[in-house]
Structure formats: structure tokens, C-alpha cells
Design a protein around this ligand. Structure first.
Ligand SMILES: Nc1ncnc2c1ncn2[C@@H]1O[C@H](COP(=O)(O)OP(=O)(O)O)[C@@H](O)[C@H]1O
Ligand SMILES: [Mg+2]
Length: 417
């Protein structure tokens, strides 16, 4: 019920429900779930009450028996009246703790169920575990290398617990292979752009670099060292990643930025904001850095949010940058601002960028065309255009319009001709 409420009452979820969800269906579903929670509550309460009622009844009957039989015997003179009273008192003394014990039994039983689930979570083997003798990423410029990497997303039962999943079907079947023998090398300080149609496996490649998953075959190397031999902390310190959704916590701008570098001073924060071309906007906000952003806070536009995530990246000063460039339609001013912010973020760093903009692609030292989990073409923009393969096709469908808008298309087509 909690999950459903969190999902449906979040800003994005509520909007979706308003747009598509038939309110009656939503409330019927919620009613059904709430009814199940209510039923469980009632069952627990009933069990507890039953135990206690039974015990109270037994104790009341025993007391009646002592008074009845004892009184009868006392009248006959075979028992002291004092002894009867003492017996009755003993019985009450005995039953009071027994009654509380019955209550405790119910509590212990529910605690045991909780324990079971807690241990289930504790026993779940992490998908990606650090070696005990993990190394640091070597100092200096860092190259990113993929060596014949095969990868398929792990089956649901490896990443989640059956008892916590209601919706996903946990049949244990592993997902299909997503990457097939991907090899490339991003030289230190150079930029590699990944292009390809949606679902080709670009984001998957990006996620393997910070070792969010382990490759099934082949090796991913950072600075010449297999990521499986590196410590997680060292990888985090080396690498900065901006994901497509650019998530911000429902906290102040300051808190969101400090995530990247907890000890940063306000001057550092403003410096990062300036580089991300966000300083004017932030300065104009009445509460400045203390403005609460995120889901229920101040709503940033798509471009502003992206620039804030770039500011966060700049603050972390990573040696390697992995960017999943957002496809969100930005207006031309914020597009230009994001572009400037990106140039700042990428300068002098090893970068792997999933590119959706022609300007990024053209700036790349190497372009990899990803198709169905394989790298089908590689080279620079002019080389690939001249080759007239898949890239050229992509260029025509994805980038050409944009190129014409910024006046570069005609020139490039001429160059190609
Ligand atoms: N978390 C996931 N679990 C299982 N399969 C996934 C997951 N994410 C992506 N996939 C699958 O992997 C393939 C590649 O996806 P992705 O790397 O996101 O593509 P791209 O970023 O190039 O659009 C797709 O077929 C997609 O269905
Ligand atoms: Mg993607």
C-alpha cells in the first residue's frame, strides 16, 4: 500500500493518473489493497484478543471454582476460610503474568516474521561486490577501455527479493544478452561519443563503466585496471556520471550540490553554478542556494535541471565523465547554455558521451555507432559520413535537421559530396 501511495501520489505519478488513469479504477485498486491491510490488522487483533479472552475466562473459572469449592469446604469445616482467600489470591497472582505472556506470544510471532524478512534482505548477495584487496584507480589521466564485453541484465530474482516484489514476475530466467563483444578505448582526456537508435545498448555501456553491473564476459578497465579490482570509493571519486533523467532530491540546491562534494564551501558551489551557467538564475531566486528543488519544491525547467546536474558533476571534479545526454527538447537559449556547461564539464577530461546533438558528435574524437548491442562503425564525423554507412543514415534522420538549424548541415553535406 505504501509503494502504491508513493508511486501514485508523486508529482509525475499523479499527473499520469490524471491523464490516463480512470479515477474509479485507481480508487477501486486502492480500496482493495487497503482492505487487505485492514483484514490483516483485524486478524492480528482478533488472534490477540482470542488468546487473552481464553486466558481470562480460564482464570475467572478457576477463581469461581476456588471460591465455590473452597467456600463449600470452609462451611463444612474441613478448610480454613483464610486458606480459601489465600488460594484465590494466588490464582489471580498466577494468571496476571500468564495473560501478559499470551500477549507477548503474539508480539513475538509478528517479530519473527519481521526477522525473517530482515534476514532475507541481509542475506541477499550484492550483485557487485568489492574485492577485499581492491585497488585504487591509478593517479593521472584515466583511459576507459572495453575489451570484448558481453552483457545481459541480471534476472529479476538476482536484484530483488521475491517477497518484496508483487508485480514483477520472478521466474529466474536471465534477460537476453544486450551487449555483444563491445570493444573500444577512450584515450585519457579524449571524448568518445556513442550514437545509435534507441534500445541499441548505449545506456547499458555507460552503466558498465562505473560498475553498476558486472560484465558477463570480457573486461571493462579504468586507467588500465579491471573495474572488478578497483575499490568502489576510488571509482566514485574518479568518475562522474550524469544520467538521462537528472534526478534531484527534494532538498535545497545546496544539499543537492553537496552530494557531490560534502565539504564544499559556498564559493565552490557558486563557482560550479557559474560554470554550469546557472548562477544568474540562482542569484535571482529569493532564497538562493536554500531554494528547495525537486519533486515538490521549486520546479526547474528541463534545461535548468540538466545544468544543475552538470554543476553537481563539476563540483565533484571527476577525471572521467560519463554523460547520458538528455533528448528533452530544450529551447535554443537553454540548449546553448547546456552546451556551454557541457563544454566546461568535458574540458580536459576523459569522456564517454551518449550523444543526441550534432554539436557533441562533431566535437568527439571518436564516434561509435551502436546497433543491437554491437559497435558497427567507428571513426570521426567526416570519416563516418564519407563511409556512407549506418552513421550517415543516422545523421540524416537524427541530426541533419538540427544541423540545418544551426547552419552546419549544408556545409557538411557539401563536405561529404
Ligand atoms: N534494467 C534493465 N533490465 C533489463 N533490460 C534492460 C534494462 N535496461 C535496458 N534494458 C534492455 O537493454 C537494451 C538496451 O537498452 P539501453 O542500453 O537502455 O538502450 P539505449 O540507451 O541505446 O537506448 C534494450 O533492449 C532494453 O530493453
Ligand atoms: Mg538510453
Amino acid at each position: 500500500m505504501g509503494t502504491q501511495m508513493t508511486e501514485r501520489f508523486s508529482a509525475a505519478g499523479a499527473t499520469l493518473v490524471k491523464l490516463y488513469g480512470r479515477p474509479e479504477r485507481e480508487s477501486a485498486e486502492f480500496r482493495e489493497r487497503a482492505a487487505r491491510v485492514r483484514d490483516i490488522g483485524i486478524r492480528t487483533a482478533m488472534t490477540q484478543t482470542l488468546f487473552i479472552t481464553a486466558l481470562t475466562l480460564v482464570s475467572a473459572l478457576a477463581l469461581a471454582l476456588v471460591y465455590g469449592l473452597g467456600g463449600f469446604l470452609a462451611l463444612r469445616g474441613s478448610l480454613d476460610a483464610g486458606a480459601v482467600v489465600a488460594l484465590a489470591l494466588l490464582i489471580t497472582r498466577l494468571y496476571a503474568p500468564l495473560t501478559s505472556l499470551a500477549g507477548a506470544r503474539v508480539e513475538v510471532m509478528s517479530a519473527l516474521v519481521s526477522f525473517e524478512r530482515v534476514f532475507e534482505v541481509l542475506d541477499l548477495k550484492p550483485l557487485v561486490a568489492e574485492r577485499p584487496d581492491a585497488r585504487e584507480v591509478p593517479a593521472g589521466p584515466v583511459a576507459v577501455e572495453f575489451d570484448a564485453v558481453d552483457f545481459g541484465y541480471p534476472a529479476a530474482d538476482k536484484v530483488s527479493l521475491a517477497s518484496l516484489e508483487e508485480v514483477a514476475v520472478l521466474d529466474g530466467a536471465a534477460g537476453a544478452q544486450v551487449l555483444h563483444g563491445v570493444s573500444f578505448r577512450a584515450e585519457p582526456g579524449r571524448m568518445v561519443a556513442l550514437v545509435g537508435s534507441s534500445g541499441a545498448g548505449k545506456s547499458t555501456i555507460a552503466q558498465l563503466i562505473p560498475r553498476l553491473y558486472d560484465a558477463d564476459g570480457g573486461t571493462v578497465r579504468l586507467g588500465g585496471v579491471d573495474v572488478r579490482d578497483l575499490s568502489a570509493a576510488s571509482v566514485r571519486a574518479t568518475l562522474g556520471m550524469v544520467t538521462q533523467d537528472g534526478h534531484l532530491f527534494h532538498e535545497s540546491v545546496r544539499e543537492n550540490l553537496l552530494l557531490a562534494r560534502p565539504g564544499a564551501s559556498d564559493a565552490d558551489l557558486w563557482d560550479a553554478l557559474r560554470k554550469a551557467r546557472l548562477d544568474d538564475l540562482m542569484a535571482a531566486l529569493p532564497e538562493g542556494l536554500d531554494t528547495v528543488v525537486g519533486e515538490r519544491g521549486y520546479r526547474l525547467s528541463g534545461g535548468e535541471r540538466q545544468r544543475l546536474t552538470i554543476a553537481r558533476l563539476l563540483l565533484a571534479e571527476p577525471r572521467v565523465v560519463v554523460l547520458d545526454e538528455a533528448t528533452a527538447h530544450l529551447d535554443s537559449t537553454s540548449e546553448a547554455a547546456v552546451q556551454e556547461a557541457l563544454a566546461e564539464a568535458l574540458a580536459g577530461r576523459t569522456a564517454v558521451v551518449i550523444a543526441h546533438r550534432l554539436s557533441t558528435v562533431r566535437a568527439a574524437d571518436q564516434i561509435l555507432v551502436v546497433e543491437e548491442g554491437r559497435i558497427v562503425e567507428r571513426g570521426t564525423h567526416p570519416e563516418l559520413l564519407a563511409a556512407g554507412g549506418r552513421y550517415e543514415e543516422l545523421y540524416r534522420t537524427q541530426f541533419a535537421e538540427e544541423g540545418e538549424q544551426c547552419g552546419g548541415g549544408a556545409e557538411l553535406v557539401a563536405q561529404e559530396a
